[in-house]
Each structure stands twice: as C-alpha cells, then as structure tokens.
Design a binder for this molecule. Structure first.
Ligand SMILES: [Zn+2]
Length: 263
C-alpha cells in the first residue's frame, strides 16, 4: 500500500499537468462511467492529497475522491494510441498528458462540500503546508491524550494521515522510542520530534519518490537498497548499536525495531 508521500506525488503530477485546464474523464472498463460523465470536460481546480487519499476538485463543485488501497495503481503517459485498456477504471486526459487508474479501492465523484466532513475526520498530513503549526498541534494533542502504543497511533489515520509501515518503523527508530510506549507517557518534546521528523522524511519521500530514512543516505543522490535503519532488517545488525533488529506483529502489521536503540 502506498504511503502518503506517493499520494502527494500524484497530486503534484495532476497539478502540474491538469490544474486550471478542462480535462476529459472516462472509464474504459465501464465501472466508473456514470461518475466520469459528471466531471468530464470540466476544469480541474486543484488536486489535493490527505494521507492516502487523493481529492480532485472540479469547477462544478464536484470532487473525485480516490483511494488506491492495496492493488490500485496509476500509470502516466502521452495520450493513448490504441493500447489495451481493459482494466482501466478511470482515465484523465488532455491532448498533452494522460493518467490511467487501475484497481482502486475507491474512485467516486461526490459533492465537494460533503468532503469537508470526511476531511475533518482525517488526521493531519505531514506532507501538507502547516504555516501556523495547527497540524502539528492536532497531532501532539491526539497522541498525548491516548493510552495506545505509539506504534499503533502512528498507523491510525485519524491521528496522522499518510504514515504506513515503513515510516512508522523508521520514525520511531530515529527518535529512539520503544514502539510499545503509550502516547500519554511520551514527553512533549518526543511527540514534537515525531511530527517534525515525519514532515522532514516525507518531504524527502515526495522529492525522491522513495522512502529514504537513513541520515547518511539522505543527502546522497540516487537511492540505495540499504536506505532504512530497521524496516525489513530483522535478524541483521543494527547500524547504530550493533545489536539485532527484531520483528513482531502489532495490530496485524509487521513491526520492525531495535530494542538496543529504542527504549
Ligand atoms: Zn540499535
């Protein structure tokens, strides 16, 4: 499943290629045909990403809401030349660019005003601008009031949007926090650090298109296969303490961490 940085990249792609333009929308597969007609030939006002969801706002007060889920995929190309389109749920295109959506969990057209309710339920997204630090404040409040383990809170989309399994493990490692620590037991400075580091790492993820989290790899060009501290490194030596990275299951997702560094 994509983490928030990749959805932000999709929003950036849509803004770069389609924002302010009248775009064509159809459903080669047929399952999205009636919704596609409602936004076809309308101007895209803006594409936005909140966590794992993409919102495409059109000039007729309708929004197309897309969640890729586990199997969804985007494909971008030049406008099409008689290619196979069997599984394409939704196609967005102009004369200059084309985006095909396959296999999403959701792809629906809804009234833009109805989105407000949904957006209020989603937790703050570290990839979105936060000049007044309101998102940071919301995150700190939610975490500090909860007795749930921080390893669970970071995966809860109402606490923070867009963090998945990779960033969860890496952000906790970088902060030296045991994933089992209840949110309410963390210091304010620790919770703030988790937010600030999420903003930093996901910004790099949006730029690089990869979840690079090792400090010594961040400034490097290119993407190393050894870009993470603990994610998928169970049984190997920790880069920092030389202890062993471990794996366990937390809320049915694999959790990677280093007991030597995170305590
Ligand atoms: Zn370690």
């Amino acid at each position: 499943m994509p983490e928030g940085h990749s959805v932000q990249r999709t929003a950036n792609w849509f803004n770069e290629h389609f924002k302010g333009q009248k775009i064509k929308v159809d459903s080669p597969q047929g399952r999205f045909s009636s919704d596609a007609k409602r936004i076809n030939n309308r101007v895209l006002v803006k594409a936005r990403a909140i966590g794992k969801q993409l919102f495409l706002d059109f000039d007729n007060d309708l929004t197309c809401r897309i969640h890729l889920g586990i199997y969804g995929k985007w494909r971008y190309s030049e406008p099409f030349h008689n290619e196979i389109v069997g599984e394409v749920r939704a196609r967005f295109y102009t004369k200059a660019a084309l985006a095909d959506l396959r296999g999403p969990t959701y792809c629906q057209v809804v009234a833009t005003e109805d989105m407000v309710h949904l957006e209020n339920k989603l937790g703050p997204d570290p990839t979105n601008p936060d000049p007044r630090k309101l998102n940071q404040k919301r995150f700190i409040e939610k975490v500090s009031k909860s007795k749930s383990a921080i390893g669970l809170l970071l995966m809860n989309q109402s606490v923070i949007s867009g963090i998945g399994n990779v960033y969860r493990a890496e952000i906790l490692f970088r902060a030296g926090i045991d994933p089992h620590t209840p949110g309410s037991n963390l210091l304010m400075s620790q919770i703030t650090e988790l937010w600030v580091d999420s903003v930093k790492l996901m910004k790099i993820g949006v730029q690089k298109g990869a979840m690079v989290t090792r400090e010594d790899q961040l400034a490097k060009r290119g993407i190393s296969s050894e870009r993470n501290y603990v994610y998928k490194r169970e049984g190997f030596k920790c880069f920092r303490c030389k202890g062993t990275v471990v794996i366990e299951v937390m809320a049915s997702r694999k959790l990677y961490w280093c007991p030597g560094c995170q305590n």
